[in-house]
Design a protein around this ligand. Structure first.
Ligand SMILES: [Fe+2]
Ligand SMILES: [Fe+2]
Length: 158
């Protein structure tokens, strides 16, 4: 049952990776804005759903708490860089560099999630709990508007 949850998360990560590639390869400024919006519509609901379901469940388990906090802190860092990118005119030379920085941050985060966080799920949560998280994760994604979740997401209490 863990695999259903992992497959859903991996599928989202794959879509996010594809969106980054499309954004990175796009050179036309007005198309870049569309590609950036497309990335946001994939990245933000995924992050918010993790913050409302998976991370709090892991935070409750003492042995998984540090990794859950680190993942939440990485989400916050991603939001800051994403906001900076969204405020950068798409015709500026530095736009591509900022895309690259954000992409590398997200790649690092995804790697940690698919290793340390998945290990924590297997170790600390029961399979029925994982199934429940998957159900709630899907519901949250459907119900989450594509907005930065300032003050709404789970930030590990800081
Ligand atoms: Fe994720
Ligand atoms: Fe995440």
């Amino acid at each position: 049952m863990y695999e259903d949850l992992f497959e859903t998360l991996r599928g989202d990560h794959h879509d996010i990776k594809d969106s980054f590639q499309r954004l990175r390869l796009e050179k036309d400024p007005s198309e870049r804005v569309k590609r950036l919006y497309e990335l946001e519509t994939k990245l933000l609901p995924h992050m918010i759903a993790e913050e409302r379901t998976l991370y709090p469940a892991l935070h409750e388990k003492e042995e998984a708490r540090d990794d859950a906090l680190e993942a939440a802190a990485e989400h916050n860092a991603v939001r800051l860089v994403l906001r900076d990118l969204a405020e950068t005119p798409a015709n500026e030379e530095i736009f591509s560099a900022k895309v690259k920085v954000l992409e590398e941050m997200v790649e690092h985060h995804v790697h940690e999630e698919e290793s340390a966080i998945f290990d924590n799920v297997r170790r600390s949560l029961g399979s029925s709990e994982a199934a429940e998280i998957l159900k709630r994760f899907r519901d949250e994604k459907v119900n989450t508007p594509c907005q930065p979740a300032e003050g709404k997401g789970w930030h590990g209490g800081y």
